[in-house]
Design a protein around this ligand. Structure first.
Ligand SMILES: [Zn+2]
Length: 430
């Protein structure tokens, strides 16, 4: 399937989504529980497959019930659930993962990685077909798994309740709001006071930032009160290793400030004590760092000058599928935006299909590409098509000269990023 077809598929999903919202009821196909599928994503640049490991059953389905087919397909991996009898698509969600990034690194050319991943789907009432499809940077699909799940004989383990939960911001009920869940990592028992203070501090960073600020009723923030054996976060390049709740580490895929969690199965086991649509890991470390992947999870360091900016920036990746708008950085991923392919991220374009991006926001008469101006110039805030973005200096374009997805600038999402985030918040609030 070429890119054009993928767009057609996305539009089709959009329509199906609209139809499903009216014609299909959650209760016809699902019970009010979450089925978590835990699997390994295995391979390298030329090899990719999934190996399902176990199933967990969690009380309640906290995702949206009115739009079971996700309208945005920003992720590299698409999960689809079909009713086995009618063959109808009854649930879908896409996400991206560390594995996809790993495949594009030098190490990923030869070395095989085995990375943990999880998918949450509403628990089906009757047998369903479950399909995982991976899309490469050229939008070529590969079906990774196509299997039948029969709820009557599925070996499920019930989730265990282990942690206290802090309520940090209360909006609508979980099925009618974006449920953000903070999980602390690297906080020892002796850091208990700091943990409480930090969770509240980060909730303020989120709720004081547009567009979360304007959507207070549509957002919930909770935190898991989980302690680690030791204080701090592992930094392999400094030979500093600590035993923590989530085993987060700097230098993920050999990038110094890339802070990721290598134990994703455990991450979800800790998370499932509270309703969640998105997981934000608050790491007890002064070393600048973070990371965020669409519908996967994000991380942020907790001390120093910029955690307020880093948390909302990484949440831009996590929730909105937004790309980095900067392009001068030490990044070990190669060939991220192949020529002739429109990126899936809503805030970048290669001008291959600009009409599907922010073309409607560009005032007529604006030159394309738009020449940059300096801060203070009357056109500094103008929406245009500025060359450079997504780590690439040439041939990839971004909407504005300044944005939280571009440089260290808190509460400064450009109109394109802001609108993308608002749309996603509304999707969860329906
Ligand atoms: Zn932006």
């Amino acid at each position: 399937m070429k890119k054009g077809n993928r767009i057609a598929v996305v539009f089709l999903f959009f329509m199906l989504g609209a139809v499903s919202a009216n014609a299909q009821h959650f209760d016809d196909y699902f019970v009010d529980k979450t089925l978590r599928i835990s699997y390994l994503h295995i391979g390298n640049k030329n090899l990719e497959y999934l190996q399902i490991d176990h199933f967990t059953l969690v009380d309640h389905w906290n995702g949206t019930r009115s739009q079971l087919v996700e309208p945005y397909q920003y992720g590299d991996i698409l999960i689809e659930v079909f009713d086995q009898v009618s063959k109808k698509l009854i649930y879908s969600r896409s996400y991206s993962c560390l594995f996809t990034e790993y495949r594009t690194t030098e190490r990923g050319e030869t070395e095989i990685a085995r990375m943990e991943e999880c998918a949450n789907i509403p628990m089906p009432k009757k047998p369903v077909r479950l399909r995982f499809t991976s899309f490469d940077r050229k939008n070529e699909p590969t079906v990774l798994k196509d299997t039948v799940l029969n709820p009557a004989d599925l070996p499920v383990q019930p989730a265990k309740k282990e942690y206290d939960v802090m309520n940090l911001h209360k909006g609508n009920s979980p099925d009618k709001a974006l449920d953000l869940l903070f999980i602390p990592d690297g906080y020892a028992k002796s850091d208990a006071k700091k943990l409480d203070y930090d969770m509240k501090r980060f909730a303020k960073y989120v709720m004081n930032c547009t567009p979360y600020k304007e959507n207070r009723r549509h957002v919930n923030i909770r935190a898991i009160k989980g302690f680690s054996e030791q204080s701090g976060i592992t930094q392999p390049q400094n030979n500093f290793y600590v035993n923590t709740l989530l085993n987060c580490t700097y230098n993920a895929i050999d990038l110094d400030r890339y802070l990721m969690c290598m134990g994703v199965w455990n991450l979800h086991e800790v998370a499932d004590d509270a309703p969640y649509d998105a997981i934000i890991i608050i790491c007890n470390s002064e070393k600048y760092g973070g990371g965020g992947i669409y519908n996967f999870y994000c991380t942020v360091y907790n001390q120093g000058e910029y955690p307020d900016y880093v948390v909302v920036h990484e949440m831009g990746h996590l929730i909105g599928g937004l790309a980095d708008e900067y392009y001068t950085s030490e990044v070990s991923v190669q060939d991220f935006y192949p020529e002739g392919v429109e990126p899936t991220e809503p805030n970048l374009t290669t001008l291959v299909d600009f009409g599907s991006k922010w073309a409607d926001k560009v005032e007529s008469g604006t030159p394309i590409p738009t020449p940059p101006v300096s801060k203070g110039h009357p056109d500094y805030d103008r929406i245009g098509v500025y060359e450079g973005g997504g780590y690439v200096a040439k041939g990839v374009y971004r909407p504005t000269l300044h944005c939280t997805m571009n440089s260290i600038s808190y509460n400064d999402f450009c109109p394109v990023c802001r609108e993308t985030l608002e749309k996603v918040i509304r999707y969860y609030s329906r």
